[in-house]
Write a protein that binds this ligand. Structure first.
Ligand SMILES: [Cu+2]
Length: 107
C-alpha cells in the first residue's frame, strides 16, 4: 500500500532474562504500532515479549510492525532503519530491506 507498510524481523535474546520490545521508531513513519495476528484479525499489542535464551519472530501473517503515515513511499531494495526499544536492554538499530507487498520469502 502507498501509505502503510508492515515490517518483519527477528530479535534474539542471548541473555538469561526475558525482555520486552516496547517501542519501535523509524525515520520513515511517526506511526509505528506492534501487531499480532489472530486468525485473520490484526490486534494491537502494547509490548512484545522476547523470551530468555529465545527469540521474538515477526513474520508475514503473524506478529509484525504496522507503519502508517509513511514519510515517503518505500522503494523495493531500499533499507529502512528502525530503532528497537526494550524494557530493560539498550536500544538496537537495525536496517530492514524493502520488499514488494506480494513478496513471499522462502523459508
Ligand atoms: Cu497490522
Amino acid at each position: 500500500m502507498d501509505d502503510m507498510a508492515a515490517a518483519y524481523f527477528t530479535v534474539e535474546n542471548d541473555g538469561g532474562k526475558a525482555d520486552r520490545l516496547t517501542k519501535v521508531t523509524t525515520p520513515l513513519s511517526d506511526d509505528v504500532t506492534l501487531h499480532t495476528t489472530e486468525g485473520s484479525q490484526m490486534k494491537h499489542a502494547a509490548t512484545l515479549e522476547v523470551p530468555a535464551k529465545g527469540k521474538l519472530t515477526l513474520s508475514r501473517g503473524g506478529t509484525h510492525l504496522m507503519l502508517g503515515k509513511l514519510g515517503h513511499k518505500p522503494a523495493v531494495g531500499e533499507k529502512i532503519e528502525f530503532t528497537l526499544h526494550f524494557a530493560t536492554s539498550a536500544p538496537i538499530k537495525i536496517k530492514v530491506p524493502v520488499e514488494s507487498a506480494n513478496h513471499r520469502p522462502k523459508d
